[in-house]
Design a protein around this ligand. Structure first.
Ligand SMILES: [Zn+2]
Length: 271
């Protein structure tokens, strides 16, 4: 789901924000710094900034982000139905969001194993697991539940320096919903020229230099963090001249099938 449609009240474990210029960085790992100042130890990629990066997690006892909270209350003021899943509804201000919907005499449906403090205000209380509730709901709406697909966006750039007779190949991950936001996706990237391993990089930036005189094929193996047991994906180029100056594409992974699909169409999801 596009994060623009979400109000993430307690932040996002995968998102770091630059303290200075507010640039966002997504990481395919837990950015929680374990420190009270939220600094992760990493810095902004922008050379003119280099500000300290902070995790975006809001711990209990800390103030919730005002804009996200306002977004949530705006929806509470408009909603005809509010479905609460898996919340004890004991912590405010988040618990005040469904309370406001009930106050407006709109439908409040609470799905939680235990009884919540808003029990009496709810139109319906369902004491079941969230999965069971959602499966039943989708069945009644007659909407099939689509298989879950991992979405990734990759940017490959190739700069040709004819004076030095070499090409510089850079591989970056990007937020699939916003190409401006860098996304740390790769645990490591290996390059092989012909059948010989050339280089194995284990941290960003993933930048490789290849001589323009090279006539052999180039294979770039992308290794992921593997939270969904993703297998590596190989990019194959006939030779260095065959690498486009800039190519942005999507990689979609079906964890049930264990298959990647490379496409330039963001709607071309595999089933
Ligand atoms: Zn910055």
């Amino acid at each position: 789901m596009n994060p623009a449609h979400l109000a993430e009240l307690h932040g996002n474990m995968n998102l770091e924000i630059c303290k200075k210029c507010k640039a966002k960085y997504l990481r395919d790992f837990d950015t929680d710094s374990d420190r009270s100042n939220h600094l992760t130890g990493r810095r902004c990629d922008k050379l003119e900034c280099r500000g300290q990066l902070k995790d975006s997690i809001i711990n209990f006892g800390e103030d919730l982000p005002e804009d996200e909270l306002n977004k949530a209350f705006d929806h509470a003021d408009k909603a005809d139905v509010c479905l609460v899943l898996g919340s004890s509804l004991t912590v405010t201000p988040a618990a005040d969001i469904p309370r406001r919907v009930a106050k407006r005499k709109k439908k409040l449906i609470i799905g939680n194993l235990q009884r919540t403090p808003l029990y009496n205000r709810a139109t319906l209380n369902i004491h079941a697991f969230s999965d069971t509730i959602m499966q039943g709901l989708m069945e009644r709406l007659n909407i099939p539940i689509p298989p879950w697909i991992l979405r990734r966006r990759v940017l490959v750039t190739c700069q040709n320096d004819s004076d030095k007779h070499k090409s510089t190949i850079t591989i970056e991950g990007r937020d699939p919903d916003n190409s401006e936001i860098p996304f740390t996706l790769f645990k490591s990237i290996q390059m092989a020229i012909g059948d010989r391993a050339k280089e194995d990089l284990t941290r960003e930036p993933f930048v490789f230099e290849v001589s323009n005189k090279n006539v052999h094929s180039i294979t770039v193996r992308l290794n992921f963090f593997g939270h969904y047991n993703e297998i590596p994906f190989d990019l194959y180029y006939v030779n260095v001249k065959n690498i486009p100056t800039e190519e942005q594409f999507y990689l979609f992974y079906n964890p049930l099938k264990g298959e990647w699909r490379k496409t330039n169409d963001e709607t071309d999801l595999p089933v």
